[in-house]
Design a protein around this ligand. Sequence first.
Ligand code: ZN
Length: 491
Amino acid sequence: MGKLEELIISLPDVTKLKDFNVYPDSINQFEDSWVFMLKEEAADYIVATGNAAKFFLGKDFHSNSVSYVVAELNHENAKTLRKLFPFTAPTAVLDSDRTFGVGDRLGIACPGHIRVFKDYDARPIFAQQSIRELKLTNRTYANVLDAVTFSVFRDGYKLGFGADGDHLKTPEEIDYALDNGYTMITLDLSEHIRGGNGWERIELPEELKNRYLNCGFTVEGEKIVYDVDELKKCFHIYGEALKFAVKIYFEYIFKSERKINFEVSIDETSTPTTPAQHYFVANELNLAEVQLDTLAPRFCGEFQKGIDYIGDIEQFEKELKTHAAIARHFGYRLSIHSGSDKFSIFELIGKYTEGKFHVKTAGTNWLEAMRVVALKDPLLYREIHAFALEKFDEAKRFYYVTTDLNRIPKLEEVKDSDLPLYFENNDARQLIHITYGFILNAKNEDDSFRFKDRLYAFWRKHEDTYSDMINRHIGRHLKLLYAGKENLGGK
Ligand code: ZN
């Protein structure tokens, strides 16, 4: 009798699992058969027995006592898992008070994320990717979601997770995300938001004048008033964008047969969203009967990728308070974008949102993966760091950062054991952060990948270390958000 066969016959007795590298939390029953995941050196496999076997594409084995299939982790088999085990498929989770997006550009961070969300009641958005990120990593929405499905199955995370098509700008992009089963659409209005100039010349419709002038609005005790100039600015900046948002909502979200969470993002603009502008956008969407789950305003200060908040924290606190009140007034939650590493403001966010927030992170998961490289493979890290320095100017075109390369200690002056300290240095963090696409796509002369294959083999070998780091690092984010929520001052 083959060894795997012996194991299958003994299920659900798990005493034999150790001999086989079965992921213990992956053992699931489907009718009277078993489905579980097996770890081999280079890759993981799904094993499905009996009736379940016929749903998976793989290598079939039959004997007198048992039949089973050993199946690769590919797209077809991910679809099968989502059908047989609905907990591996995304759902619309934004009804929860607290949700947290963890974009995983590499498709390897989910096991670490699962560890985090076993400790916190915030619902995770395990699949969250913008089109820009897909392009820079050569991935697809199918591929991003499949990686999550396999991790959730493997580690037995059964509480539900979301999948966010992040920063989508066109109907085609929305179709693309929805066709792949995504359960949240973040509509980015930036291409329809007009810049500040020229507002003086705009004609205000009578309807808007009647609605906003000569009357104030009170939100949790705070007055929001409009004069002609303010209203003209609102209409000039957001008029077209609002039309677009309403159209997309009714064509895609409202009509959808399954429940889709809807976020509107107005964060990618050059100037902060004023309370009057936020109220105007929210009020107009509300009157048009658009149901928002979340809205991302552009806050004051700078939310640069992968580093702490830069700006006047008192000012931020004041504006956050009003933004949170407006969101509550209209029945949605604030969404905080570029939430990676904003440690100095998380408590405020937890506090003023009264514990009802959505926070998105992405880049920091990549940085933690590179921190593991710095820790465990100094030679490889040095090679990549030097390459990132070469590519920095090109990479800057994709991201707004204020990185000063002169503040990064020179490679030749840093001991191997100090390489992880680069990840405590904001300029070095941003250097590695924004060059991820270049690093992953770099090719040798023979067209093989310069770093990518080595990196993925490395990360597979050090998966446990990476998951620990993710757990600790993302956990720090949540800990502060929750501390703020606990700290409501008697509320
Ligand atoms: Zn954003």
